[in-house]
Design a protein. Structure first.
Length: 484
């Protein structure tokens, strides 16, 4: 075979004519089949396409633009204290929403429309810009109900999405997110449900009543408020938050929680929550056996609000609530969400564990009491020298005297050992003990003073459970921790 060398037109002795070039091109085209093969085969693996689902659902997805004064998002108290003046410019933001009814009601996140003076939307990627109004919102769950102003420019009812059943979801189920990440409207991503009931999440530091679905479907800034769909095209969540330091870690509000809020949001513009009137503590492995549990579960009642629903039902500090309204309390975080969303005025059964025995009770839930002010300072605590160190608990205690009774607003006859110092990171701090707590009982033994407290603690063997009844703000509070 002859070796190939670069062609040198000068060695040919004549110039190339156009007719010769055309002939060569035609020859190459005639033999294209010798270089590649045109496929005529059908797919060997049948993989369903999401295109029909996306086509049906994206017509009801909203691109949301909001405009607000910068000062509208500032803390009013900070404005008052520091005399902040309103700026002369507007703040703009973007998000997503989706229509849920033919008359123009739509859902999005509270944080998308929070403080907005103007809300402008585009429906399904169309060019028309429409106004919208907030009908109701709920900061604690980050849900907002809005309504489009006017009629559908295309005529007829608004396209809308059906709400599915988020409780039926299983970890591993496929889900689809639709939204406007970074302003890229109608973007679609596919993933799975990575986990359910994520409650220890505080997006941007916002505490709330969360029960997030976790998904690895791509969610980015601008996706907030958009729908998370199952493969039937039903909404099973509202995309709400991401873990900015990771990839594929997004969170959505389950739609079954949203369904409970919608009647109040539409009729009242807010959500009226129910209240049980207890403070609770998590039951860890260290506490479970000492409380008579075969495994960590339930919500340990640390405090019962006087005259509150739980108080009226006979619930006491130290009880472990293991079932609420027929639903098992696997983790202490289950109880606040259930109690808040069950409904004011409803009477529900409780199952309690008290001193190792199961008991039943019925509690009539009420509306939470109004908070007058959160500006009042805590009573001052001093740290007097020479107070006894209570073993390795990490606390200092003193006998309750007249001065301390006055500071803690206790009656003149009240006795006990007052905690005057809690070492950060100590077993006492992790259990929730606080300066100003007055210990009145340890493992069934009454505590009248500092020496009584030390004696009662010394009687408990290392590794056994210390069960303390303390007065906090005048109310009995139960605290349990293993003795180090």
């Amino acid at each position: 075979m002859k070796s190939l060398v670069p062609f040198d037109r000068a060695r040919c002795g004549r110039a190339w004519r156009p007719s010769v070039i055309l002939a060569l091109v035609a020859a190459v085209g005639a033999h294209a089949g010798d270089v590649w093969t045109e496929s005529t085969a059908l797919p060997r693996v049948a993989i369903p396409s999401l295109a029909p689902l996306v086509k049906d659902s994206e017509t009801a997805v909203l691109s949301i633009d909001v405009e607000s004064d910068v000062n509208s998002s500032l803390d009013p108290r900070a404005q008052r204290l520091f005399r902040l003046e309103a700026p002369d410019f507007k703040q703009r933001g973007q998000g997503t929403g989706f229509l849920i009814s033919p008359d123009g009601y739509a859902l999005t996140n509270h944080h998308v429309v929070e403080g907005a003076q103007k809300i402008r939307v585009r429906v399904g990627g169309r060019s028309e810009v429409l106004a919208a109004t907030v009908i109701g919102d709920d900061p604690r769950t980050d849900v907002a109900l809005i309504k489009l102003d006017g009629k559908n420019p295309a005529g007829g009812p608004w396209p809308h999405l059906s709400l599915g059943d988020s409780d039926a979801l299983q970890v591993g189920d496929f889900v689809v997110a639709v939204g406007n990440p970074f302003g890229l409207s109608q973007s679609v991503s596919l993933g799975i449900v990575s986990a359910k009931s994520r409650r220890d999440i505080a997006p941007s530091g916002r505490q709330g009543l969360y029960d997030f679905l976790q998904t690895d479907a791509a969610i980015n800034p601008g996706n907030s408020g958009g729908p998370l769909l199952n493969l039937a095209g039903d909404v099973i969540g509202i995309n709400s938050a991401i873990n900015a330091s990771g990839q594929g870690i997004g969170f959505a509000i389950p739609v079954n929680l949203v369904k409970k809020l919608l009647p109040d949001l539409k009729d009242k513009g807010r959500v009226d929550r129910s209240w049980i009137g207890v403070a609770i503590q998590r039951v860890g492995p260290e506490l479970a056996s000492g409380l008579g549990l075969e495994r960590p579960r339930g919500a340990l009642v640390s405090q019962v609000v006087a005259s509150g629903p739980a108080f009226q039902a006979g619930v006491k500090p130290g009880d472990v609530i293991v079932k609420f309204d027929g639903r098992l309390i696997e983790d202490s975080s289950d109880l606040p969400l259930l109690a808040a969303t069950t409904g004011v005025g409803r009477t529900v059964p409780l199952e309690l564990l008290r001193d190792g025995e199961l008991r039943s009770a019925k509690v009539k839930l009420s509306a939470p009491p109004k908070v007058e002010s959160d500006d009042d300072d805590e009573p001052r605590r001093d740290e007097r020298a020479g107070k006894a160190e209570a073993g390795r608990l990490g606390i200092r205690v003193d006998t309750l005297d007249d001065e301390l009774r006055a500071r803690l607003e206790l009656t003149a006859k009240q006795k006990g050992a007052v905690i005057v110092r809690v070492q950060p990171g100590s077993p006492a701090a992790e259990a929730g003990l606080q300066p100003g707590d007055v210990v009145v009982d340890v493992n069934g033994a009454g505590v009248g003073d500092r020496e009584g407290f030390v004696t009662a603690v010394d009687r408990v063997a290392t590794g056994k459970l210390l069960k303390m009844l303390v007065l906090r703000g005048g109310s009995p509070t139960f605290v349990a921790l293993p003795k180090p």
